[in-house]
Structure formats: C-alpha cells, structure tokens
Design a protein around this ligand. Structure first.
Ligand code: SF4
Length: 250
C-alpha cells in the first residue's frame, strides 16, 4: 500500500524517549489556527514556493519502502514516531508499516484523536505508546480554534482507555489565553481523573511559526491571538489538581 509523507526528521529528540526518527504523514482534518505544519494539512502533494526555489511537500512511499528505510537505521535509534498531519487519515498504510517494524523499533503514534475509533484502536494495539495532541475540550471553542469540535476526540480517548492497555500521554500546545485558560486546564485535569492508561500531561511552549511557511503554501498566517502574550499556565497549581505527572517540555 502507498502513503503520503511530507517530511522525515532523522534525529528527533522531542517526539518521544531517546533518539528517534519522526515520520510526518500528510493530511489533517483539523485546521488549528496556530498550526506550524501548514504544509501537512492538505491530503494531496503540494508545491511550496520559497524565495530561493520550490519544494514538493508530499512524497509517495510504499509501506515496504518506508519500513525498510526505518529498519536500516534501527541500530542507531531508540524508536520511531509517526506524526502529521494526522496519522489516522493514513491508518491502513501505517498499519502495514507497523507490522513490518514493530518487532525491531518501538513506535509512538502522535494523533489528535480525531478519526475512526476502529483505526485508532488498531494502531494503538501495535504501538508502544500514543501522544494525544489535545487542544481544547470545550466543543464550541474547539470548533472555532481548530475547525473541528472536541466530542469525537473525547469519545475516542475514553473508549480507547477502556478497551486498550497501551499507555498514552496528552501533549497540549500552550496557546496564550486559548488552550491555557483556567477552564480548559481544569477540564483536562478532570478528564485525567477518569482515565487509567494516561501517563502524563505534557505542555509544549508555543512555537512561533515563520510566516514564510504559510507564504510558501500561498496562505497568510493569521493566528487570531496575541503571540507575544505570556502563557497563563501555573504549572504548580495544575500539578496540584492533576492525578498524573504534568510537565513543561522544552
Ligand atoms: S492537528 Fe496538528 S497538524 Fe493538524 S492542524 Fe492541528 S496543529 Fe496542524
């Protein structure tokens, strides 16, 4: 089977434990206003235009070719992370890759959780762990900031927690006055209390995008929030209400 990959980070240290390769799968059903991978959103190949030239985002790989590429590097790596975009959109392709690499390379699936529950569970059962890129729990706010409500994501997380023992963490981008509001953080701590296989809540500092990435896709970056505002997160206060480890990543 074939899949569409828009980037491969060869020596990643931020996408899970140890030294990893991160494979970025193209296509995402969300449209987060702060997305720093706009070239990963469309499910089709895209020609990016930079001042110095052009680059195609979106290369077709067969599952076998990608598995062989990863297995070639297994001695140097602690694992592989499949990110996006949204890996759930290419779940059948990814399941084939996982079948070929899972005995040699521990895998992490980095997903928003928005997609087919059956595919999510099938991937989770073959992965070592998952990263849920949680954003906003309030349905209306999620719709307005990410283009999709939160109901399906929350239903998938709750159901997976009951039906699959694979551990997972939440990874929350700290978008000033958006995702780091008291209401959202309290809702996340409350959700964490319901779950058995959640290992940590990890906060990711806001990553200022280069407008150039949007310009390269022929779009304008219009985040709609104050990029320079200080984050509202009080980590100690959050830790006091969160039942699992909570930390701020670099
Ligand atoms: S889920 Fe990730 S890739 Fe998709 S739009 Fe949001 S930030 Fe971008």
């Amino acid at each position: 089977m074939q899949g569409l990959v828009f980037d491969i980070a060869e020596a990643s240290i931020h996408d899970g434990p140890g030294l990893r390769i991160t494979v970025f799968l193209k296509g995402c059903p969300l449209r987060c206003k702060w997305c720093h991978s706009p070239e990963g959103q469309s499910p089709a190949p895209e020609l990016l235009t930079f001042p110095g030239g052009q680059r195609l985002a979106g290369e077709i790989w067969s599952s076998r070719k990608l598995a062989e590429y990863l297995l070639d590097k297994k001695e140097l790596l602690d694992g592989v992370t499949f990110s996006g975009g949204e890996p759930l959109l290419q779940a059948d392709f990814l399941l084939e890759v996982l079948d070929m690499v899972k005995d040699a390379l521990p895998s992490i699936i980095d997903t928003s959780g928005h997609g087919s529950y059956e595919k999510l569970k099938a991937l989770a059962e073959k992965a070592e762990s998952l990263h849920f890129g949680l954003k906003l729990l309030n349905e209306d706010l999620a719709k307005s900031w990410t283009g999709q409500g939160s109901a399906l994501i929350l239903e998938n997380i709750r159901r997976l927690d009951k039906e699959c023992a694979t551990p997972y963490c939440f990874r929350l981008p700290l978008i000033p006055s958006v995702t780091d509001s008291e209401e959202n953080l309290t809702a996340i701590a409350n959700l964490a209390r319901e779950l058995n296989n959640l290992t940590s809540v990890d906060f990711l500092p806001y990553n200022p995008v280069t407008g150039g990435k949007y310009a390269a896709c022929g779009r304008q970056y219009e985040p709609g929030f104050d990029e320079k505002a200080s984050p509202l997160l009080d980590l100690k206060a959050f830790q006091s209400i969160c039942p699992v480890k909570a930390r701020l990543l670099d």
